[in-house]
Write a protein that binds this ligand. Structure first.
Ligand SMILES: [Mn+2]
Length: 274
């Protein structure tokens, strides 16, 4: 399939969790004029603790470089796990341009802020009192966010992980996702964008938040999702693991000589019996 744009994030290459085979499979069948890598593509924090670099992870990098070679405009927007790439802002490697954030204008004229999203961690956590304290506190918290992460780095410590923190607060997880969506949408409004395209929290979503288009590309650790822009400018979420699952069921059903719905029903009954 050919699209105007492909957005992917949070592939976490260099970790055991990365579903590199599915990602390779997705990249093999999907091309675009613009490709945005929206952060946490290579997991530098994991690689620091020991080198883990299977062939499939290398193949992903090669596949992306090949797309750039074939004429796709590829942008790399670093996240917190690949923030070593933030030392290369404004440079190119193999035709891939590294930038802190990007502005993407869709074919139907909507202007999107493209950012990984970790810069807003502290805003998300302190959203309640920041709302009371207003603009200066907001700017201060943004500044503090980068400083505290720099300090942690100096001490050789781990990044404080917002998603890890959120998962520990199970009850507040839903709350936290919607808080993140609100903060990122507000940031888009602040910058006079029509929408925001981000990643970071491993929770894919396309929705309208108070008139702002909120788009999260998800991840390739848990859900295997990407966002694509068709040539008419419309944005769509692709759940590649889900697509592959459905195709497998169609194949299995054909082999068994029954309808896919029937096979699904049989498998469901089997699971319930087990
Ligand atoms: Mn992240």
């Amino acid at each position: 399939m050919r699209y105007r744009t492909i957005f992917i994030s949070d592939t976490h290459l260099g970790t055991r969790g990365c579903k590199a085979d599915l990602l390779l499979d997705f990249l093999a069948g999907h091309d675009a004029e613009y490709i945005y890598l929206v952060g946490d593509i290579v997991d530098g924090w994991r690689l620091r603790r020991g080198w883990l670099w299977p062939q499939a992870h290398n193949d992903v990098v090669q596949a992306l470089l090949a797309k750039a070679q074939d004429g796709a405009k590829v942008f790399y927007i670093p996240g917190n796990h690949d923030e070593m790439m933030r030392s290369y802002l404004g440079t190119h490697f193999g035709g891939i341009e590294v930038m802190a954030t990007a502005t993407h204008v869709t074919a139907d004229g909507r202007k999107f802020l493209v950012t990984h999203g970790d810069q807003f961690d502290s805003i998300v956590v302190h959203a309640k009192w920041l709302a009371l304290l207003g603009d200066h506190a907001y700017v201060f918290a943004l500044w503090l966010n980068t400083k505290t992460n720099k300090l942690r780095q100096l001490w050789g410590g781990q990044y404080w992980s917002l998603s890890k923190w959120a998962k520990q607060q199970v009850k507040q997880a839903v709350n936290f996702i919607s808080e993140y969506e609100k903060v990122l949408s507000a940031e888009a409004r602040r910058g006079h964008f029509d929408g925001v395209i981000c990643g970071h929290i491993h929770s894919a979503n396309i929705s309208k938040m108070n008139g702002i288009d909120y788009v999260n590309t998800g991840d390739w650790v848990e859900s295997c999702t990407a966002v694509v822009e068709r040539f008419d400018g419309s944005l769509h979420l692709i759940d590649w693991a889900g697509v592959k699952r459905r195709r497998q069921i169609v194949r299995d059903a054909r082999a068994a000589g029954i309808a896919p719905a029937e096979l699904r029903e049989r498998r469901k009954r089997k699971r319930e019996d087990a």
